[in-house]
Design a protein around this ligand. Structure first.
Ligand SMILES: [Zn+2]
Length: 364
């Protein structure tokens, strides 16, 4: 990234000197140093691949989609053509199911990967991703645990605008992993009223329950990504204490399947926007959809795919909020979130369809 930045700065300097009256200089490097924080939901057709690009140009990829060339290829395209980066600084693997770790090894052959964060090898691991996963090329590997923060460079725009007590900076924190949870802090609230409605679902013995769960904070903006964490673990995230707090954007957990997306979470975190990384026939289940619709704070529900399952359990958001609308010849369109440098509002767009809408960040 540094090389790219300095190259860009050099090219800009030359262009400025030679064509100082030309508008070309201002647009050629517009994306660099604009102070915004971007998130891309890359279409991996029912898997997960969420790319975060910080205002300092660092990249964090959460999950790598499915095995094969399709999903790593789509990730590579967004990283290089949209975010205009030449490496992935941090890769987080939420858990060891193929739709989350499957593209990692192939991706490492396409683009350099810095630090890998995952559950490592642990006792009673329900799924083993195998030697190719544990052996792919990266600069380093680290087991992630609740309470750990990724070492991201601070966002200068936020530092300048939110001073004193209001300073919240840029933070990406692990709040759950391997069925363990972050310790409550003084800012976390008791959640008695909501927790009175708690009911368990069938015990989930799969690796979904071990999902690494992350909270991204950028000034006033907050985004939650729970991987595929399942219902009974979700209860522990918000009961008896709400360990997440209120968020702006909720990545619908587990592609919108109803073994996850406990409504206690929605009622506790009160998101403004939901983004579902579902597939043509995966996720987007009626119970989840109904719970999202019943959450009064939600202003818009986005989906990576139109759901076209044939079992009669079809629910979809309005077409304008869907990135991929056909069953065949999927274009692999992404959804982009871009948070303003002062974090006071954010824009969600689906460039392939010209959709763009701006939402206010909610005071927490
Ligand atoms: Zn999954």
């Amino acid at each position: 990234m540094k090389n790219w930045l300095s190259k860009c700065a050099f090219v800009c300097l030359i262009m400025t000197v030679v064509f100082f009256n030309s508008a070309v200089t201002s647009t050629a490097c517009a994306a660099v140093g604009d102070g915004r924080l971007d998130v891309y939901w890359i279409d991996v057709e029912g898997g997960a691949a969420t790319l975060i690009v910080t205002p300092q140009g660092e990249s964090v990829l959460i999950d790598t989609g499915n095995p094969g060339i399709r999903d790593p290829g789509r990730i590579f395209k967004v990283v290089t053509e949209q975010a205009r980066l030449t490496r992935i600084d941090h890769l987080i693997t939420t858990h060891y199911h193929r739709d989350h770790f499957g593209g990692a090894a192939e991706l490492s052959r396409l683009i350099p990967i810095g630090q890998v964060w995952d559950n490592g090898k642990f006792a009673d691991m329900p799924n083993d991703p195998g030697p190719e996963y544990f052996g792919f090329k990266s600069e380093s590997r680290q087991v992630i645990s609740p309470g750990m923060q990724l070492p991201l460079k601070p966002a200068r725009s936020i530092k300048k605008l939110l001073t004193g007590n209001q300073f919240k900076g840029l933070k990406l924190t692990c709040i759950a992993a391997r069925k363990e949870f972050i310790d409550p802090t003084r800012g976390n609230r008791l959640n008695e009223l909501t927790c009175a409605d708690a009911r368990p679902k069938d015990r989930d013995g799969s690796d979904n329950a071990n999902s690494v769960t992350m909270l991204l904070e950028f000034g006033k903006f907050r985004f939650y990504d729970g991987g595929d964490i399942t219902w009974n673990q979700e209860t522990k995230l918000v009961c008896p204490v709400n360990l997440i707090g209120r968020v702006d954007v909720y990545q619908v957990t587990h592609h919108g399947l109803d073994s996850s997306n406990n409504p206690l979470v929605l009622r506790s975190i009160l998101p403004t926007i939901s983004v579902m990384n579902n597939g043509v026939t995966k996720g987007c289940m009626p119970e989840v959809f109904a719970n999202l619709k019943a959450t009064p704070s939600i202003q818009a529900m986005y989906q990576v795919h139109k759901n076209m399952r044939e079992d009669g359990m079809v629910s979809n958001t309005a077409t304008e909020f869907i990135a991929n609308r056909k069953a065949d010849e999927c274009a692999g369109n992404f959804i982009k979130l871009s948070v303003a440098a002062d974090s006071r509002n954010y824009t969600i767009s689906i460039p392939a369809h010209g959709h763009s809408a701006t939402y206010q960040t909610v005071a927490k």
